[in-house]
Design a protein around this ligand. Structure first.
Ligand SMILES: Cc1cc2nc3c(=O)[nH]c(=O)nc-3n(C[C@H](O)[C@H](O)[C@H](O)COP(=O)(O)OP(=O)(O)OC[C@H]3O[C@@H](n4cnc5c(N)ncnc54)[C@H](O)[C@@H]3O)c2cc1C
Length: 627
């Protein structure tokens, strides 16, 4: 039996991994944009009755004592031009500092040479003075403090204005491009020979030296390069400390942000991604390419046999039956995507989940046996670290956001995030995954994950972003000759974002209240406005805390603070860490601000407007007073 199973797995793996052809078809547009007007009426009918209804002639009020509109939402100026609301929490010094920082970021020479300038400043001023200057300027603007104690004033002040925190320990190693490429190639290639691949769609899950510096043209995200297992343990401890910081500094109301590339050898994420994508592509192939939603697709035993035959894969009737019975977890005579995905969960012990082909013997074996002993231990370590963080967060009552990264790691990152959700999101959402809406495949992927969460009855938490790696992704796809994974233009990315959001909002009423929640992590005012209007259309009120908003500290206060003060659930991504260690991250933030000058232009105008207003009223000193 064991040998028969081995042979079956062997044929199966050949079928899945080696038989793979380009299958990255984008789902056809089954999506229909909800017509707001028609849903408004039904959404209003669905609203739960107010436990203490006001008399009809009295306007309703929110918890922040604001007048509510007919949808139960507080009034907010969605043009985001209200400077007074935006900067109510800031003293005059902070406004002047913001203006200074944004203006300095507009000087190309300073931004381009920022690393050299900071190095010279550090040398001339010495450590103590340099750190003071940084705290009075860039660091003070974008970073909350050095550790969990020093971030408290910022975190608590923002909270008193309705804005909560996602803590992100933002220390980054200051490697040169050469060092980064070397570290990447050393950590992304196995010591064992790997199968020769021709298919570019699969080759994309292999490391390529010219794209080895993953920081290239990425301004908003921190990047980890693998050094050794001890460094990964240190990163794990930092994330555990971050969970403590969330528990302490935010009273548990915040999130801890983590990146899975910090927790293990990236080669393992690449290998997992390769297997996952190949397996999914095989399902598509057998279930057939048609307009049907992927979560509704399934196939019967006779289709399975026919497909295998069509692909020239020799399998006897008995063997096909055995495979089919093994896969048909639901025992309903049909295999759907959820049954199929169980293929990778045969042992349920995560480190044994992933199989691969042994190029020397041609046999299929679990991924762990195709790794060197050292790599096998690294795999176990990585899974141990991910699990430990999720478990600790769950015990501390802290929520964790798993950041999305490059597409060649993302299938593995997303799968691990879902595994953690499955395990730890049974009674509340502890783990949140991230979906990058600039990817063509995201709508499809979130539908599958929402469906899995529904069928297995766990809480689904997600952060929706546009995506931070666009230029790098496009260049890599073009150079390595695989399909560009990014939507063709900004407009289509925005449409994709809105469709993903609609998908989530349509799922909310299908589950128990609170079992599906998302964060709209965006600085784009149109996306924020769209979300607020969609919430109204779907009968989701700010007080439900099912949809929340996220922006980076030091950016887009004109969006975060008016929404937060009105009673919407709003978070700032709050970087923290020692001054000198955060500087590599700050340098890249400066580059980003240079790139989005038009947006910063609006922020500068609003900052001036508020400063002039205060000075005009003789308020030389302004002490913020929380609501
Ligand atoms: C709280 C928070 C958490 C985040 N977490 C992550 C994360 O985990 N992973 C991650 O990848 N990013 C993350 N980001 C960054 C995010 O993905 C965006 O890069 C950033 O927020 C800018 O997009 P925006 O929605 O704010 O809108 P805008 O600033 O209006 O969007 C502009 C961006 O859209 C992008 N864009 C996308 N698609 C296209 C296209 N097809 N053509 C042209 N431009 C396009 C451009 O890169 C440009 O930077 C996070 C952002 C925030 C605020």
């Amino acid at each position: 039996m064991a040998r028969a199973f081995g042979r079956l797995s062997s044929q199966f793996y050949k079928l899945v991994v080696l038989g793979h052809r380009s299958q990255f078809s984008q789902p056809t547009a089954t999506y229909r944009l909800t017509a707001f007007k028609s849903t408004l009426a039904s959404a209003r009918q669905q609203e739960e009755p107010d436990p203490t209804p006001d008399s009809d002639d009295k306007p309703k009020r929110s918890v922040t004592n604001r007048v509510l509109d007919e949808y139960g939402h507080p009034y907010v100026d969605l043009s985001f031009n209200n400077a007074e609301e935006a900067y109510r929490s800031k003293g005059n010094f902070e406004i002047i500092r913001s203006l200074l920082v944004f203006n300095l970021c507009s000087i190309n020479y300073l931004v381009d040479k920022n690393k050299e300038i900071l190095r010279v400043m550090r040398k001339i001023l010495g450590k103590t003075l340099f750190e003071k200057v940084m705290k009075l300027s860039f660091y003070g603007h974008f970073v909350a403090g050095e550790d969990q104690n020093s971030i408290r004033p910022t975190v608590e002040k923002n909270m008193s204005y309705g804005v909560k925190s996602i803590l992100d320990y933002s220390v980054e190693k200051d490697l040169s491009t050469e060092e980064a490429k070397k570290a990447e190639m050393m950590s992304c290639v196995s010591d064992l020979p790997s199968a020769e691949l021709k298919d570019p769609e699969i080759k994309r899950y292999r490391a390529h030296e010219e794209f080895g510096d993953r920081r290239d043209k990425v301004f908003e995200a921190r990047t980890y390069f693998y050094k050794d297992e001890e460094a990964c343990d240190e990163n794990m401890n930092i994330f555990l400390d971050c969970i403590d910081a969330v528990s302490g500094a935010t009273d548990g109301s915040g999130f801890a942000a983590i990146k899975l590339t910090a927790l293990g050898r990236p080669q393992l994420l690449l290998q997992m991604s390769e297997v996952l994508v190949s397996t999914r592509a095989m399902f598509d192939r057998i279930a057939g390419h048609n307009d049907q939603e992927v979560v509704l697709k399934s196939f019967r035993e006779k289709d399975f046999r026919k497909s295998l035959k069509g692909m020239g894969i020799p399998m006897s009737r008995d063997e096909t039956k055995k495979w089919f019975t093994f896969l048909d977890i639901g025992q309903d005579g049909e295999i759907d995507l959820l049954d199929w995905d169980n293929l990778l969960e045969v042992s349920m012990s995560l480190h044994k989940v992933f199989n691969r082909v042994n190029v020397q013997t041609g046999e299929i074996e679990p991924l762990v046996t195709a790794l060197t002993e050292e790599e096998e231990n690294q795999m176990k370590n990585m899974l141990y670290r991910v699990n430990k963080i999720a478990k600790y967060a769950s015990q501390q009552g802290v929520r964790v956001m798993i950041d999305a990264e490059q597409t060649y790691f993302q299938p593995a990152i997303s799968r691990l995030a879902m595994e953690m959700m499955r395990k730890f999101n049974k009674d509340r959402a502890v783990i949140f995954n991230t979906y990058q809406c600039y990817l063509k495949s995201t709508l499809n992927n979130i539908k599958i994950d929402l469906d899995l969460a529904r069928r297995e009855n766990f809480y689904f938490g997600a952060k929706l972003v546009r995506g931070a790696y666009m230029e790098q992704e496009r260049e890599r796809a073009m150079t390595l000759n695989y399909e560009d994974p990014i939507c063709p233009d900004f407009e289509s990315t925005s449409q994709n974002y809105h469709r993903v959001l609609e998908e989530v909002m349509e799922t909310i009423p299908k589950r128990e209240r609170g079992q599906v929640s998302v964060m709209v992590a965006s600085h784009n005012e149109k996306t924020i406005k769209y979300t607020v209007e969609a919430m109204k259309a779907h009968g989701i009120r700010p007080a439900d805390k099912l949809i929340c908003f996220g922006q980076l500290l030091g950016m887009c206060d004109q969006v975060s603070f008016p929404l937060g003060q009105a009673g919407y659930s709003v978070y700032k991504y709050v970087p923290y860490g020692p001054v000198e260690d955060v500087i590599p991250y700050l340098s890249r933030r400066a580059m980003e601000n240079k790139g989005i000058l038009t947006k910063v232009k609006k922020e500068k105008q609003l900052l001036w407007q508020e400063l002039r207003r205060r000075l005009g009223r003789g308020k030389l000193i302004y002490r913020p007073r929380p609501n």
